[in-house]
Design a protein. Sequence first.
Length: 397
Amino acid sequence: MDMKQHARDRIEQDAASLIQISHQMHDRPELAYQESSAAGWLADKLESGGMKVERSAHGLETAFRATAGESGAHFVICAEYDALPEIGHACGHNIIGTSAVGAGLALSQLAPYLGIRVTVLGTPAEESGGGKVDLMNAGAFDDVDVALMVHPGPVDVVDWPTLAWTGLNIRFHGKESHASAFPERGLNALDAMNLAYFGVAALRQHISRDERIHGIVTHGGDAANIVPKLTEGRFFVRAASMEDLLPLKQRVIKCFEAGALATGCEVEFLTMDNDYDFVRTNLAMGETYEKNLQPLGRGALPRAMVEKFAGSTDMGNVSHVVPSIHPLMGIDSLPAVNHQAEFTAATITPAGDRAILDAAMAMAWTVIDLATDEAAMARVRDEFDNPAPSANPMLAL
């Protein structure tokens, strides 16, 4: 049996239904932990394709787990399907979810011949919350040998640069008063937020090139003639590693403490999402994946050309416990890029639809190569077990 051709045939057989689901997800975007429709459509497709499906897996209502194979190395393909507020699937999770399903169904038929186990793991809340971290904590990756997924972007990149990430929800408490008649009796929580925001802006001049701070004010007051007694904001902090992230986070916190001190308000830091680690790309697996792009007419840009593209993902946490890859696959969207409304539209163009099938085939073929080449699998394991001293190339900048 030509296993790669068999995988291609199965993915092409499923093409119309995979594209239809992607377009349905695009038209009905759902936010983190609320992806009931998307998770249901993907799980239904896996189940109808013959995989054993567990819904609400590992205690997460919108997670699922579809499995095939009885023994051997365990390969997990991660599916994402949450969207962003206002701009929908501007990160292309409709493509991620459907390509994962396509690869999983193709491999499910081959698992007995390859002597492997295959799981398509539905991972909610990547944009906000960190569903993969929740799943890790629940044991979803405990017996996994390899994890992989493909993320759409403006270009093809195998070793996409990523950063560790943490979030802060900020709340300032002041005192309301009539803004004209009795301003001296008020404590202005909006002033506190503004001072903190400018403090963060000043801090950004004095951080490393691989660090990022950005945020928004989510509540600025209730009426222009009332001194604001409550303001709220949401801020993200990123750095090359968790070790660098923690001290930078403390510097950001001091900006908000300064805003409170200057205005007499109180500042509250609310518990937020799981922290994300950087993606530790398994380069041995990445080389196998990149070779499988060539028959698809694709070629990946080197990491050095896209260093400024750095983002963050909860797949980073997975990559520190399981050999993993998280490559980008281009959808011909330029000048539109991720988290723009124009990118949302690009995910359901012919190029976006093609990325579903190409990503599914590249992942399936990569798994086939690793399952049939003991030396290649050994290189993947050896690299993971013996990481380079500076595992995140961002640290070399």
